[in-house]
Design a protein around this ligand. Structure first.
Ligand SMILES: *Cc1c(COP(=O)(O)O)cnc(C)c1O
Ligand code: SF4
Length: 340
């Protein structure tokens, strides 16, 4: 484990903790006693997509283990530099679905609002690692046109705050957005897709709980935990007030080779999530984004793994195994081919 001196003091605000995140690969490797694994290709990979890891999350990694499943999610590797056929810059066609002002409208009755490009952590497999946030996010100045767009389309019933990570916005901005959304009569549901409760639980502060607890919108938060070791006592404690405030807590994870592609790990993940009041929602097949091919698990292996989970878990703890497909009107459930 990481020396105590590098664990953030409890008194640091979440903003300070974000500012103190690891942004040098050498420093993280040194703190994990893994310096001998450093290579210049790691820096090249980080040029394409920055390296950033909150110290809280790094402290959960096992010292001396280059195969640690938490480390593998964030460590830039030479493999990212290899191009693989089928792995592209915009695998989900997000740029085609972009309606302007940060709104992605692909699915019936619900829209994604890209509120910020900032994330607390940079996950190497991220499907948005090449997303041109600069031109596609709703910066604060564009929120009015984005809200205007939402007001004008009464077929929209749910707004999903996405990013980047919407919880990297401050509470004042979030409050402004939530209050503006609840004034739009046809919008009934608010959803927040975020990895912050997992990688920096201190982000769930009292003002945030109040904003989400007080809104008249039916509110859910979809976190993103991939491995049972990401679920800590701190996270449990941070989420408790949200549960009490009536927020629905869900999780989506990404199936990642070397990280969580085993049935025992997935079963433990689902059971631990539920012990914190979180329901497993989706298990995603990796989006085929350039630089992430080394994480891919083939469909047959994914289906076998899911079958094994199905045998071991109650139905309500079994996430749906899905893939996102460019242009499709919903996520696609993975199915066995007919002859199997
Ligand atoms: C995943 C996603 C949603 C939400 O889909 P649900 O099935 O409702 O969780 C909405 N819009 C886009 C573009 C998405 O990728
Ligand atoms: S937190 Fe989510 S959006 Fe941000 S890098 Fe990780 S997977 Fe991508």
């Amino acid at each position: 484990m990481i020396p105590l001196s590098s664990i953030p003091l409890k008194t640091e605000s979440w903003q300070q903790q974000l500012g103190n995140a690891y942004c040098h690969i050498r420093e993280l490797l040194a703190d994990l006693a893994l310096s001998e694994h450093y290579s210049p290709e790691m820096e090249l990979a980080a040029e394409a997509f920055h390296f950033q890891v909150p110290r809280y999350f790094a402290a959960l990694m096992k010292k001396g283990d280059i195969h640690d499943p938490l480390l593998l999610q964030v460590l830039p590797r030479a493999a990212e530099l290899q191009h693989r056929t089928g792995f592209t810059l915009d695998p989900l066609g997000d740029q085609d679905a972009h309606e302007g002002n940060g709104i992605l409208h692909k699915y019936h009755a619900r829209v994604l609002l890209i509120t910020t490009g900032a994330c607390a952590i940079n996950c190497r497999y991220c499907f948005r690692r090449h997303f041109p946030y600069a031109s596609h996010q709703a910066r604060k100045s564009q929120w009015q046109p984005a809200l205007q767009h939402l007001r004008q389309d009464s077929a929209i019933h749910e707004v999903i705050l996405s990013g980047g990570d919407p919880l990297s916005l401050g509470n004042t901005r979030l409050q402004f957005l939530v209050e503006a959304l609840e004034k739009i009569p046809h919008i009934q549901r608010l959803r927040i897709h975020t990895r912050l409760p997992v990688v920096l639980p201190s982000r769930i502060d009292q003002p945030l709980v109040e904003i989400l607890g007080n809104t008249t919108l039916a509110t859910s938060m979809v976190m993103h935990a991939n491995h049972p070791r990401e679920l800590t006592a701190e996270m449990r404690q941070a989420l408790y007030p949200l549960r009490r405030a009536g927020i629905t807590l869900l999780n989506q994870s990404v199936l990642l080779k070397g990280v969580n592609n085993s049935a025992p790990t997935q079963v433990r993940l689902c059971e631990s999530l539920y012990s914190m009041g979180i329901l497993p929602y989706y298990l995603h097949q990796l989006d085929q984004v350039q630089g992430a091919a080394h994480f891919a698990v083939d469909d047959q292996a994914a289906l076998d793994l899911h079958k094994s989970m199905e045998r071991q878990l109650p139905g309500y703890l079994l996430p749906r195994l899905v893939r996102e497909t460019a242009g499709a009107r919903s996520k696609q459930t993975l199915l066995r081919s007919q002859n199997q």
